[in-house]
Design a protein. Sequence first.
Length: 95
Amino acid sequence: MSVDQATVRRVARLARIKVSEDDVPRLASELNVILNFVEQLNEVDVKNVAPLTSVVDVDMKRRQDVVTDGGYAPDVTRNAPASEDDFFMVPKVVE
């Protein structure tokens, strides 16, 4: 795959990135280098490679999957201008 200067301009416009005309040829060549590297990676055979989350075999730490209020409601609402029963009180904005 090859990226030309028109494609660089189009991608920059779609991404809402301001690119000067002087930078367009340089960006086109940089994108081509990146895409060539990705094409090289696609040639690697990874059929027998297990997916990894880490290079070290470690079990992930897990916590109990229970619903709690966090136990911090009094601390959170302590500095509020107005609170009641550990809830923030705000003025009515819709009538």
